[in-house]
Design a protein. Structure first.
Length: 388
């Protein structure tokens, strides 16, 4: 029996429901946008929090070494990346850490490479911190696999280019970057003294036979040149705990990053998050495997249904529970496409254009839902496509 439970989150304060009216103008649309799951957070996490609450004082605490060690063990076991305790620090948010790293390792007016399409805060963190975006378009090859173009990337670099924001695995296109791809990217960055900020929050939602490779694990030089951002939010469906970690091996980079963190004074995090984090990494391995099996089945169901419809092209993601639907053959503009999904299919998805120019004509569907919800959503979509 599955060790996880599907939860109907309507009526809870889940963002995917509470923002429906604002985003889609409808309270009835099936929300399949924000990247969390309709699956109960592992029981061991809930128990750890309940147990902590038996102590009546919830004062300041710092994260225990044992919590960091639980994550180090997980990352070593799953990704073969051996991390030292002193490289890790707490962060309340991967996105906030991206902002901190941008400020720590570049100056106003410097350029930051961002691949388009990508998770929208990548753009806003660069812009809002007064840096310049260098947009590197990801393009699909003949098999529909998204690739970056290393020669083009080289030609985009100028003396002001200081950082690369890497999304690995990639949201929204679902790529797990291969050893060769990461090596080529790393080489260019090392040649031009460009620091790498690698957001690896999706690294545990990877489908066989793909394997996530932390770019920092490729060589000593890349280890010294990279800031790796990881967290349990996606892996164990516990984004509401606002807890993640930053891994910086280079003492020099770590000192610069820590200075930024002190300026912000975000502290050491919440007591309940600390225990939740440790128990997830230590005890939720089987839960995670079963969730992966479920997501694999859902991914297959989308493929099966959409092969019947030539107007939406779907390539199974190598990672993430996000389906990147190529709807260009429908011949609709972006707002018409959004309206089609909301009003004809009854689905609230993330518009591709919100991930950048290269996302025009695409929609992103979160399939970390129950089989029944997904079946229903795909039936609605199939009917809307037939009527279109
Ligand atoms: C690539 C990526 N990075 C970061 C986040 C959010 O991380 P946090 O909530 O820790 O800021 C998300 C959430 O969807 C994401 O997809």
């Amino acid at each position: 029996m599955d060790r996880f439970r599907y939860i109907d989150r309507s009526g809870s304060n889940a963002e995917k429901y509470t923002l429906r009216k604002k985003l889609f103008g409808s309270e009835t649309v099936e929300p399949m946008w924000v990247a969390d799951m309709d699956i109960a957070t592992p029981e061991c996490v809930i128990h750890a929090v309940q147990e902590r609450l038996l102590h009546p004082v919830l004062g300041y605490e710092i994260m225990r070494d044992s919590a960091f060690e639980a994550q180090m063990q997980w990352v070593n076991d799953h990704h073969g990346f051996s991390i030292k305790r002193e490289w890790l620090s707490y962060s309340p948010s991967v996105v906030a850490s991206i902002g901190c790293a941008i400020r720590a390792f570049s100056e106003a007016g410097d350029e930051v490479i961002v691949m388009d399409p990508v998770y929208p805060p990548f753009y806003s963190q660069v812009r809002n911190n007064g840096r310049q975006l260098i947009l590197h378009p990801l393009k699909q090859d003949r098999e529909g696999k998204y690739r970056f173009d290393i020669d083009m990337l080289r030609s985009q670099i100028t003396p002001k280019t200081k950082l690369l924001l890497l999304c690995s695995p990639h949201n929204p296109v679902g790529r797990v970057w291969s050893h060769n791809e990461l090596e080529a990217l790393g080489e260019v960055c090392l040649e031009h003294n460009i620091r790498i900020i690698s957001d690896e929050i999706h690294s545990d939602i990877v489908y066989a036979p793909y394997r996530h490779i932390p770019i920092a694990s490729l060589s000593l030089e890349l280890l010294e040149n990279t800031v790796t951002l990881m967290g349990p939010g996606k892996t164990f469906n516990m984004a509401g705990f606002s807890i993640s970690t930053v891994c910086i091996a280079s003492e020099e980079l770590r000192a610069a990053y820590d200075e930024e963190v002190h300026r912000l004074h975000w502290g050491e995090g919440a007591v309940l998050s600390h225990v939740a984090f440790e128990s997830a990494y230590r005890e939720a391995g089987e839960w995670h495997q079963e969730v992966m099996a479920h997501l694999t089945r859902n991914r297959k169901m989308i493929e099966r249904v959409l092969t019947d419809h030539s107007t939406i092209v779907f390539h199974k993601p190598e990672a993430t529970y996000l389906a990147w639907l190529d709807c260009r053959a429908l011949g609709m503009g972006n707002s018409e496409l959004r309206d089609f999904f909301v009003h004809k299919a009854g689905l609230g998805l993330s518009p591709g254009l919100s991930f950048g120019r290269e996302g025009s004509g695409f929609m992103r569907l979160n399939f970390a839902v129950s089989t029944a919800v997904l079946e229903n959503a795909l039936t609605g979509l199939s009917k809307a496509l037939r009527d279109a």
